[in-house]
Design a protein around this ligand. Structure first.
Ligand SMILES: Nc1ncnc2c1ncn2[C@@H]1O[C@H](COP(=O)(O)OP(=O)(O)O)[C@@H](O)[C@H]1O
Ligand SMILES: [Mg+2]
Length: 267
């Protein structure tokens, strides 16, 4: 199969990352010349430990400052790109760029229910005062939250998230309630039971397909990547070395050599 080229369609929300460099203690850990993320409904970002995947995602959300370079978000609705490198973090969610683990969650102070309600109130199209003032908005949001809670039950949704799995799930549901246009997931399934993991991923896949949300997943569980991704970026030593079709990536000799090991081919 020929190498797939980067084909970010104008109709999807996507990010363009140009000349983005980050060093820690004089060592370059991310050096991305020109990368488009979100050109397909679900994209995987894979690579060995320390490749720079988390750092790159944090650079996009600017919870880590870029040494140089720029990040532009294209909402995919025909409107012009927005340079997001200098935006304050809270403005990102209003634009529709959302990442799991982004907000420090106060799991001890907010119940699961309140946490979800707050996420619904913060989404792009809402003005926070309306959610409490207008019964209609309140009813719609509570119905939506109940729907999620039916599909993803918590031990006690009116209590606090306790286990690591509950916190993880709450984080993902909060992100979905924010109605993202572009959703970045950094190891979303670690710590989740297999059945919950599968349902979460199906929900995300459906949103990507039906609601035009562009999803980028960093995940070590490669079954998730091979099953769900429409396109895969392979990162190693701070740079994106290859991008293309999942079936092509998984058999590429560079990926096998630097990441998968010989045993993976054909499985
Ligand atoms: N805050 C930091 N200070 C120093 N080094 C860091 C910091 N964050 C990440 N690194 C280093 O940057 C490299 C890339 O890390 P990371 O982005 O977490 O990789 P990945 O998510 O692909 O496993 C690693 O060598 C890591 O040790
Ligand atoms: Mg990481």
């Amino acid at each position: 199969m020929a190498e797939a080229t980067v084909t970010a369609s104008a109709g999807r929300p996507h990010l363009r990352i140009e000349g983005a460099v980050k060093s820690f203690d004089g060592r370059v850990v991310v050096d991305v010349a020109d990368l488009t993320l979100g050109g397909n409904p679900v994209e995987g970002l894979i690579g060995p430990n320390g490749a720079g995947k988390t750092t790159l995602m944090r650079m996009i959300m600017h919870s880590i400052k870029l040494d140089k370079g720029k990040v532009t978000f294209y909402p995919g609705d025909g409107s012009r790109g927005v340079a997001i490198s200098s935006l304050p973090a809270h403005a990102m969610a209003s634009l529709g760029v959302v990442k799991t683990n982004q907000v420090i969650q106060d799991f001890e102070k907010l119940t699961i229910w309140d946490s979800l309600l707050l996420a619904a109130a913060r989404r792009r199209e809402e003005r926070p005062f309306r959610i409490f003032a207008e019964k209609r908005v309140w009813a719609r949001n509570t119905a939506e939250i109940k729907c999620y809670l039916e599909e993803f039950p918590f031990a006690n949704p009116y209590g606090f998230a306790k286990s690591a799995g509950e916190k993880k799930l709450l984080d993902i549901l909060r992100c979905l309630l924010l109605r993202p246009k572009l959703l970045l997931l950094d190891e979303p399934t670690a710590g989740l039971p297999a059945d919950v993991r599968d349902r979460v991923m199906q929900t995300i896949k459906k949103k990507a397909g039906d609601e035009n949300v562009s999803v980028v997943i960093v995940e070590h569980d490669l079954n998730v990547i091979w099953t769900l991704s429409d396109y895969v970026h392979f990162m190693a030593e701070g740079s994106v070395l290859l991008q293309g079709d999942p079936a092509w990536i998984r058999e590429h000799e560079t990926v096998v050599e630097k990441y998968l090991g010989k045993g993976h081919v054909g499985h």
